[in-house]
Unconditional design. Structure first.
Length: 320
């Protein structure tokens, strides 16, 4: 994982010298006190040692120490990225204060920044290891290995929506053709909700017809627990009524994602994830607002709010 990749998330985050020193000290002390540093020992022998204590390869691998310098460097780098994010964005001033919801927000932020799937998965695995480290040096009533693991599992579908590898842009050349090639009206509705209103996959696949009031659709419990209110076109409002009635759309994300991939192939476009439709929305919406005379910086702020970010600088990621 390159330093350039790490900087993508941190390019608008700056810790004070005092915070940076505190974070570096806490990382070094946590690693030292936890006994996770087992460089030079046999990973095979350690697996055999833990086999009787833990069930399943996931728990065994999570609890095995770090046995190589390369792995230690990578873990320290990932701990620094997580810590920097939590200090700057979640108000933490100690690694021990990181909560499950912070882990979930961190992984969502990686997805929003356009990280490749394997990179986000690598950070998720690092979070599991960091939970082990912090549990060893600061025991709490419910271990972090349980609560953080659940938070990571809750992000699984969104992580799966990431593109397989980094690309210069995630926006599609002809996104409407992709949506139009989806096999059912319900999937096409979800696709249009992403393309024309910027919804995340988790929200688009579970829109609720009972939350439609006139042309205003409320999306409850979006990322971070926030409620989004979007104004639909009359045509799309009627589609929601016709397809959902007073019920949820309730599509399986995996089925919808698979159909999107097939539609990409059918239209000759490279799959960049369902999030790519949100990139198309952001780019088109910025263009529309600026064309209406809205200042560019103000337009970024508007689109940031519409996407549920509340930070205009993150929109730069969508405009690549």
């Amino acid at each position: 994982m390159s330093q350039q990749t790490d900087n993508r998330l941190l390019d608008d985050i700056e810790l004070s010298n005092r915070q940076e020193h505190k974070l570096s000290y806490q990382i070094g002390k946590a690693i030292s006190d936890s006994g996770i540093n087992q460089i030079g020992e046999s990973r095979h022998d350690l697996k055999s040692q833990f086999a009787g204590e833990f069930r399943g390869s996931h728990d065994i691998n999570a609890n095995i120490g770090i046995t190589s310098y390369a792995s230690m460097d990578k873990l320290q780098s990932q701990m620094h990225v997580l810590g920097t994010y939590c200090f700057a964005r979640e108000g933490c001033n100690d690694l021990r204060q990181i909560k499950p919801e912070h882990i979930e927000n961190f992984l969502h932020a990686l997805v929003d920044c356009g990280y490749a799937r394997n990179t986000v998965q690598s950070y998720a695995a690092a979070c599991n290891k960091i939970a082990v480290i912090l549990d060893r040096v600061n025991q709490i009533d419910t271990p972090r290995t349980e609560t953080w693991s659940k938070a990571i599992a809750d992000c699984k579908d969104e992580i799966s929506s990431c593109q397989a590898k980094d690309t210069n842009t995630r926006a599609y050349a002809d996104p409407q053709a992709i949506v139009d090639n989806l096999p059912t009206d319900r999937m096409q509705l979800a696709g249009d909700m992403q393309l024309h209103y910027g919804l995340r996959i988790a929200d688009a696949t579970k829109i609720d017809g009972s939350k439609l009031d006139g042309l205003t659709l409320t999306v409850s419990s979006s990322k971070g627990g926030q409620d989004l209110r979007i104004t639909l076109s009359p045509e799309d409002a009627q589609r929601v009524r016709d397809i959902c009635g007073d019920n949820k759309l309730d599509l399986r994300q995996s089925d919808y994602r698979s159909a999107l991939q097939d539609a990409c192939a059918a239209t000759g476009q490279e799959w960049t994830g369902s999030h790519g439709l949100r990139h198309n929305y952001a780019q088109d919406r910025i263009h529309t607002l600026v064309g209406q005379g809205v200042d560019y910086c103000a337009a970024k702020g508007i689109v940031s709010e519409e996407l549920g970010h509340h930070r205009s600088e993150i929109i730069e990621v969508y405009l690549r």
